[in-house]
Ligand binder design. Structure first.
Ligand SMILES: Cc1ncc(COP(=O)(O)O)c(C=O)c1O
Length: 397
């Protein structure tokens, strides 16, 4: 009998995408859906970046080098130096999105049965990449009541076993929107050096920090140069999700040698999109300033509306464009599905990502949802009204 692998069967579904069939069915019934389930910004991509392919003369759309165009990697090296991150062009491998960089990093570091520490709730696809390679995710439990801060050092140390090979840190965090403070980065630094752990640092939201807070890269922490593996992406930074360009970067030559073999096996990153990404590096700083002002406006609006709903709790995030909200329900998988299948207000509803998908123990997130504030305030206002009325009707059903 034909049979797919046990690993294939045990791959987790994406909490951001698993309700899509219900959303499609609702749309077919004429319901407008506010998509707060997925981090697809509605911000325009920088014109300079898009014009780069409009104006490009291409005769043959050929492969690029496996580690990406040298001209792009050189410019990236310069770009990082301005952010106090010392990377040579050879320390960088361009990938098909941050997703491929994560998959390479996990493949380079872990053998089946190894363990990875991840502050929880975490970006759901980390569990997917780990599961695909037979790696065990050991969650570092962070609580909404503590604003998702890291637990004390003794708690962190108690999670280490002889099979622990790395920590995955998402900073600023998806799904929490939390930015690590200096003390937490020091905790990670000490833990990594003391226990010889790699730190896979997912910094795809690096520019999105608010309230005057500044992001510090793992690669700029003293003593972590050999431990850090940076994951980056143009998807959110320049609103270029469809370009599928990201990168893996490390000063550790062993990691880079191994990663290059994975890069060669998939031949090359997308050629056309590298031209776009290279041009995106010329984006003026005021693009980010404007984008940040917009996200702060949306964040403030959404978090205020959420906290004004009886029984809802949502800490104010300091980065990225997500928040986790606790709702007065006991099964957010059911609630999010119900909002698409059985509810509408003025022919509108809202799609959210159920919290369970961001936790190893699915019970933990059952009264939580992740919301992305990637729509303008007018749309967010209607989405919040749908949520408010939806919650009342769900409880009364
Ligand atoms: C934390 C985090 N890392 C990585 C990715 C992967 O993004 P991409 O493959 O588009 O670069 C995402 C996408 O949402 C993300 O939120």
């Amino acid at each position: 009998m034909l049979k797919v692998s046990d690993r294939g069967n045990s791959m987790p579904e994406s909490p951001m995408r698993k309700l899509v069939p219900y959303a499609e069915a609702a749309e077919k019934n004429g319901i407008h859906i506010y998509h707060l389930n997925i981090g697809q910004p509605d911000i325009s991509s920088p014109k300079k970046a898009l014009n780069a392919i409009r104006n490009h003369n291409i005769d043959i759309l050929s492969y690029s080098p496996s580690d990406g165009f040298e001209s792009y990697r050189k410019k990236l090296s310069h770009h990082y130096s301005k952010q106090n991150i010392n990377l040579l062009p050879d320390d960088i491998i361009v990938t098909a999105g941050g997703s491929e960089a994560l998959s390479f990093a996990v493949s380079c570091i872990f053998d089946p049965g190894d363990e990875v520490l991840i502050p929880e709730p975490y970006y759901a696809n980390y569990l997917g990449f780990a599961t695909a390679l037979g790696v065990k995710v050991v969650p570092i439990e962070c609580s909404i009541n503590d604003d998702f801060s890291l637990p004390a050092n003794d708690k962190l140390s108690s999670l280490i076993t002889p099979r622990t090979k790395a920590i995955i840190l998402c900073n600023p965090g998806n799904p929490t929107g939390r930015l690590c403070n200096d003390d937490e980065l020091e905790q990670i630094r000490t833990l990594a050096i003391k226990n010889s752990l790699f730190v896979i640092s997912d910094e795809v939201y690096r520019e999105f920090t608010y309230d005057g807070k500044i992001h510090t890269s793992i690669l700029s922490l003293k003593g972590l140069e050999q431990y850090g593996v940076l994951i980056d992406s143009v998807s959110k930074r320049y609103s270029l999700c469809g370009a599928r360009i990201g990168l893996l970067a490390s000063k550790n030559k062993d990691i880079m040698r191994a990663a290059m073999k994975f890069a060669q096996s998939r031949l090359s990153p997308p050629t056309l999109a590298q031209i776009v990404a290279e041009a995106a590096l010329e984006t003026e700083d005021d693009y980010f300033e404007k984008v940040k002002i917009e996200y702060v406006k949306r964040r403030n609006y959404m978090v205020e509306r959420l906290n004004a709903i009886p029984g809802v709790k949502c800490p104010i995030p300091s980065g990225a464009f997500y928040c986790i909200a606790e709702l007065p329900i006991n099964n957010s998988d059911d609630f999010c599905k119900w909002m698409l299948e059985s509810f509408s207000h003025k022919k509108e509803t809202v799609m959210m990502a159920p919290g369970s998908g961001f936790y190893t123990n699915k019970e933990t997130g059952l009264n939580q949802v992740r919301l992305a504030y990637v729509l303008d305030v007018k749309d967010l206002s209607r989405a919040m009204t749908c949520l408010e009325i939806g919650l009342e009707k769900y409880k009364a059903r």
